[in-house]
Design a protein around this ligand. Structure first.
Ligand code: SF4
Length: 238
């Protein structure tokens, strides 16, 4: 049986994420450096990674949301698939994602002619991609550390990456993954208190019903977690 993650009690999810973060901290940066060196990935400018068709949505850390708000606030949208929906039909989302343009590949808002038009200011996840460091199942269900996203599906391989670059990428990747987990934990801790204080609870049936109507064109209200508070949005289907 597949358990919808929103149905797992929040305190258990906080414990699981805290364990994941501790496990990440134990993962040796030298091991990641070795993987980076061995794979020798180099971007070939195909720009696939900046599209939703290839990569799903680009989730942003709070510090990156702050940067987007200064560069172009229209580039922000609540991340797809909010985590919770209360009995009154209000959704709660752990953060923002980069908006896409609505073309057939779902190109990032900032992508122009296969180039990032804010390259020097690009966001944390954009800087470390395709490196990653989290545990997830492969196609056979075996859970292990994943270090490269879209391996062999884009870019060049077996290129020579200087040692100091490998070290810097490994350090930044670990920092990003830790910040991401910390943000998720902070969101769950906040929601646990917020639901208790306001006598709210997640109701999966309301979530599913509202989502069905959303797909047919009905707007939804989404509260997005950002810097320790909630920001309210009305989201209309694209
Ligand atoms: S901000 Fe730039 S690097 Fe990041 S996904 Fe968008 S186009 Fe790509």
């Amino acid at each position: 049986m597949v358990v919808t993650v929103s149905l797992i009690p929040i305190p258990y999810r906080i414990i699981a994420l805290t364990q994941e973060r501790n496990s990440l901290l134990d993962y040796s940066a030298e091991r990641l450096e070795g993987v980076i060196k061995e794979i020798g990935f180099r971007c070939d400018g195909c720009a696939q990674c900046c599209t939703r068709a290839f990569n799903g949505h680009v989730f942003l850390l709070d510090r990156d949301v702050t940067a987007v708000k200064k560069i172009d606030p229209a580039a922000l949208e609540p991340a797809p698939r909010p985590e919770f929906c209360d009995q009154n039909g209000i959704f709660y989302d752990s953060g923002y994602a980069l908006r896409t343009k609505g073309d057939k590949h779902g190109s990032c808002w900032f992508l122009e002619n296969k180039r990032c038009r804010i390259y020097d200011q690009r966001f944390t996840i954009c800087r470390i991609y395709p490196y990653m460091l989290h545990r997830e199942p492969d196609e056979k269900g075996k859970v292990d550390w994943r270090q490269i996203s879209g391996l062999n599906e884009h870019g060049e391989y077996n290129t020579d990456i200087p040692e100091e670059d490998c070290r810097a990428i490994a350090r930044e990747t670990k920092e990003y993954e830790e910040a991401f987990l910390q943000q998720e934990i902070a969101f769950l801790e906040f929601m646990n208190e917020y639901f208790k204080k306001n006598k709210l609870r997640h109701v999966q049936k309301v979530y599913d019903d509202k989502m069905r109507r959303f797909v047919k064109g009905e707007p939804i209200t989404v509260q997005v977690f950002y810097c320790g508070r909630l920001e309210k949005h009305t989201v209309v289907p694209e």
